[in-house]
Design a binder for this molecule. Structure first.
Ligand code: NAI
Ligand code: MG
Length: 356
């Protein structure tokens, strides 16, 4: 029997709602596999926790998480707590302390779904964005001066290290070797004239070691347009922290919206736990209504299975999602249906068991 310890952080808003369905899937995976046991502990670290304790997680929170094999997260954020606090005091410390330097985001149009791109179907939309997850534009370096005066100012520095860029670019090329052997790198070396030429240099260095991989370096603005006009030309897209963040919301919109989009924050060396979460936030506008789409959360669990060397289970979960989408009987309102979060989650679990 293989035991896998999972730290579960449901978070705020719709986070706990979609997590509940995710945990049902975990339970059913145990039944399907037989040789796998998930031992999960739930942590209420969130904006609610912050309002009670003045911090997003306990002082030893990271030490607690360190002991787990993987972390499963819902979503964090509430209108009552500034977003930079919830991000910088919970999500970013986890991503950085645990060297989850790869943020992996599949952009894949599942069978049974239509893209808002009129002439594109699922054979045109199947690529992966590899986003740098520990440095770049989301650095804590900078500050503000002369607050409250007419000279008030703010500076935020971008941080690109050779070590940091090399490891994310290498990961992207290795991934492309296993896929369709194409890498597109996002740059803006015309406007951002120090860090981005440095990024491009490293992309070219690593590309030279992969002569069989076709490499394109695109300015981010053009790249965003190509996502819309020729998504079929992409296989692996590698981008800095900010560029990757923006590109993946666009990508998510092309394949059905945030309710479907999963992500993995991965420490490839496995020295620390990796974290799997939907891309979406806590969606205060629909929180409490029981209508959030749980698929992004459940697809994140599929990515977690991939990471845990269980590709068959990962595939099975995705197949269940595709079947339920194709049947179009039980869908949440964001997909044009009337079902609740729990109804769609229940249907996915039924399908998963039927397919196994
Ligand atoms: P959001 O992703 O929460 O919502 C954007 C829109 O998508 C909303 O209209 C929402 O109803 C819809 N949506 C999102 N997930 C959905 C789902 N599963 N099913 C159906 N509809 C869904 O982004 P927003 O509104 O910018 O941020 C809300 C809060 O979430 C903020 O506090 C923000 O900081 C936080 N946030 C947290 C993230 C995380 O935990 N990783 C990521 C993004 C935002
Ligand atoms: Mg984002």
């Amino acid at each position: 029997m293989q035991h896998i310890s999972v730290a579960v952080i449901p978070g705020d808003g719709i986070g706990p709602e979609v997590m509940e369905e995710g945990l049902k899937v975990l339970k059913s995976i145990e039944e399907i596999h037989g040789g796998l046991r998930f031992e999960w502990d739930t942590f209420d670290w969130s904006c609610r926790y912050y309002l009670k304790h003045g911090r997003m997680m306990p002082e030893n929170g990271l030490d607690v998480l360190r002991e787990y094999d993987v972390i499963l997260l819902g979503a964090i954020g509430a209108p009552t707590v500034p977003d930079h606090i919830s991000l910088w005091e919970l999500l970013l410390p986890i991503r950085r302390t645990f060297q989850q330097y790869i943020n992996l985001r599949p952009i894949k149009l599942l069978r049974g779904l239509e893209s808002p791109l009129r002439h594109k179907s699922h054979e045109h939309l199947d690529f992966v964005v590899v986003r740098e997850n520990t440095e770049g534009e989301y650095s804590d370096m900078g500050g503000r001066l002369h607050r409250g005066t007419p000279y008030e100012m703010a500076v935020q520095n971008n941080v690109f290290t050779r070590y940091g860029v090399e490891r994310v670019v290498k990961y992207a090329f290795n991934l492309a070797e296993k896929r369709r052997k194409r890498v597109a790198a996002a740059t803006k070396s015309n406007g951002i004239n120090h860090t981005m030429p440095f990024w491009d240099e490293i992309v070219r260095e690593i590309a030279a070691r992969h002569p069989d991989v076709r490499t394109d370096i695109y300015h981010i603005d053009a790249l965003a347009a190509y996502f819309v006009t020729r998504p079929e030309s992409f296989d692996v897209v590698v981008a800095s922290n900010l560029f990757g963040d923006i590109l993946t919301d666009l990508g998510a919109a092309l394949v059905g919206g945030l309710g479907l989009a999963p992500s993995g924050n991965i420490n490839p060396e496995r020295a620390y736990p990796s974290m799997f979460e939907p891309i979406h936030g806590s969606a205060p506008d629909i929180a409490g209504k029981g209508i959030a789409n749980p698929i992004a959360q459940i697809w994140s669990i599929s990515m977690m299975m991939e990471h845990l060397h269980q590709p068959e289970l990962a595939g099975l979960i995705l197949e269940a999602i595709e079947e339920v989408l194709a049947e179009r009987k039980v869908l949440t309102p964001d997909l044009g249906g009337k079902a609740s979060t729990a109804e769609l989650g229940g249907e996915l679990v039924r399908k998963l068991k039927a397919l196994s």
